[in-house]
Design a binder for this molecule. Structure first.
Ligand code: FAD
Ligand code: SF4
Length: 490
């Protein structure tokens, strides 16, 4: 442990972001970096607790006190070795992870938690700047071939791990670019696409083959993959959006959030935005239905397109600013979150149910009809929504973005042909990552349902371990042992 009283001396701090009024003029990242002294102070706040709860808070089990100490000691190379021993892509999580580790940081019991996520980002970016992240030549090839279907963080982590274990990995992606939601879902202002491309190039140099614009199940059958590869891993994400099939749903102006976000992502990358009609909200009134990350990204994107007014509505009650008694530390804090997109400007309302989309008589959206929900009475009523009489209102708007999450993966072609089972929610069933077809494995949102990037990476790593064990005839995975060592040996 570095400085034993660091947590008493220094307050939690994060580098300043570019001011909201400046950053909404562009679609690029807007955070700045701390200098050496400031980041050392932040690392010095880590108490190196006897039981570091942050380990279990992080789905990857990152060795957080260890890398904090290395940063405090100014041994950035060691810090990177420690970090990369459990996390294949800290440059993604260091930018967009909601940091459940910070929710379980012991300091957070009566103080502000250590700024783990920002320290993580600083470590990995310094490692890139200093040239410590180079393609490593895989020493031994096993002769086994693995196909990974889907190139989001789960597919990338699976591919990275299996390649490091010596298998020849080919990743098939239906989109024209690699990265899954990192590429065409999450906006550039949260995660620059250069950051994704930088990692993909590294993986290519290390021997992973990426094949884009190929949809497995349509362009190539899953049966063909099974015949040509020793194992197949499905990391196809959870892409079927939750819809709101109420009156007026077909009006012009009501869109799934991803239609809006993907178009803007492509526009920022100067790519063809696709054949669907263009969605551009300049000067218009926007309503975002759904209070999660996707909704937040719609707000940030609408502000960058100069929307006139943005309203975000959420069905659930407004969370409190501190933990409730039912949500004790070290659980993930269910408290009000204000994202950088919220800071840029929007009106937020809670406990609101959308009853209908209202048209202007010419097929265009003009408003939504809403009512407030009484959640106390709803609970007492066994979960059946209780509307509060007299709270009916119309919110005038030209655009509505449906950001209510995703229900399950799109499995129409794949699951049927490969004879895979789905669970009750429509995700692909694979309790230990292996499906009932022993050659086919599943990881990421396709298996666990809509989740987080850090979980996708974790799932990819775990699935890779199972595939490796399967391929090396159950003599034990080389990945299993590496996983526990924090000195990177690849
Ligand atoms: C708008 C938005 C914002 C988000 N923001 C955050 C955030 O800030 N922080 C966070 O942690 N998480 C965030 N998430 C969640 C996170 O992005 C996902 O949990 C994560 O990307 C899941 O990774 P995955 O690899 O399982 O799937 P995905 O990233 O969805 O990747 C699946 C890939 O498979 C491809 N594919 C599907 N079917 C086929 C097929 N048949 N053949 C070939 N390819 C196929 C898809 O094109 C896609 O590229 C966000 C999600 C959305 C939608
Ligand atoms: S990956 Fe996320 S949860 Fe894990 S240490 Fe980094 S910020 Fe925390």
């Amino acid at each position: 442990m570095g400085q034993k009283d660091g947590f008493l001396l220094y307050k939690r701090a994060l580098p300043k972001n570019q001011p909201a009024e400046e950053r909404i003029k562009h679609s690029q990242e807007f955070s700045t970096e701390f200098n050496e002294k400031k980041i050392n102070e932040q690392a010095a706040r880590c108490m190196d607790c006897g039981v570091p709860f942050c380990h279990s808070g992080c789905p990857l089990g990152n060795f957080i006190p260890e890398f904090n100490d290395a940063v405090y000691q100014k041994d950035w190379k060691l810090a990177y070795q420690i970090l990369s021993s459990t996390n294949n892509f800290p440059e993604f999580t260091g930018r967009i992870c909601p940091a459940p580790c910070e929710g379980s940081c012991v300091l957070g019991l009566n103080n502000d938690p250590v700024s783990i996520e920002n320290i993580e980002k600083t470590i990995v970016e310094r490692a890139f700047v200093n040239g410590w992240i180079k393609p490593t030549v895989v020493a031994h090839r096993t002769g086994k071939k693995v196909a990974v279907v889907g190139s989001g963080p789960a597919g990338m982590a699976t591919a990275d791990q299996l390649n490091k274990a010596g298998h020849q990995v080919t990743v098939f992606e239906k989109s024209d670019e690699v990265g899954g939601l990192l590429r065409y879902g999450i906006p550039d202002f949260k995660l620059s696409k250069d950051v994704v491309v930088r990692r993909v190039k590294l993986m290519e140099h290390e021997g992973v083959v990426f094949k884009t614009s190929i949809e497995i199940g349509k362009d190539i059958s899953i049966g063909t993959l099974e015949a040509e590869y020793d194992a197949v891993v499905l990391t196809i994400g959870s892409t079927v959006p939750r819809d709101l099939p109420i009156k007026g749903r077909s009006l012009k102006g009501v869109y799934p959030a991803m239609d809006f976000l993907t178009q803007h992502n492509r526009r920022v990358s100067k790519k063809y935005i696709g054949s669907k009609e263009e969605i551009w909200v300049e000067g218009k009134n926007v309503v975002v239905i759904g209070g999660g990350d996707t909704g937040s990204d719609c707000i940030g994107t609408s502000n960058r397109q100069k929307a006139n007014k943005i309203t975000q509505i959420e069905l659930l009650n407004k969370p409190g600013t501190t933990r409730g008694t039912q949500n004790p530390w070290p659980e993930w804090p269910m408290v009000l979150k204000t994202s950088t997109s919220h800071e840029e400007g929007c009106n937020r309302e809670w406990a609101i149910l959308t009853k209908a989309f209202l048209g202007d008589g010419k097929g265009n959206l003009r408003a939504i009809e809403t009512v407030h929900i009484d959640w106390e009475l709803t609970k007492a009523n066994g979960g059946t929504l209780v509307e509060i009489e007299g709270t009916e209102e119309e919110i005038p708007c030209n655009f509505v973005f449906l950001a209510m999450g995703f229900v399950h993966p799109f499995t129409q072609y794949l699951a049927e042909e490969a004879g895979l089972e789905l669970d009750a929610r429509g995700n692909i069933k694979a309790e230990s990552y292996q499906t009932k077809n022993e050659k086919i494995f599943v990881a990421g949102d396709a298996r666990r349902g809509q989740s987080l990037v850090v979980w996708a990476i974790s799932e990819g790593r775990e699935a890779a371990k199972k595939v490796d064990e399967f391929l090396v005839e159950r003599t034990g995975s080389v990945l299993a042992s590496k996983d526990k060592a924090y000195i990177h040996t690849a």
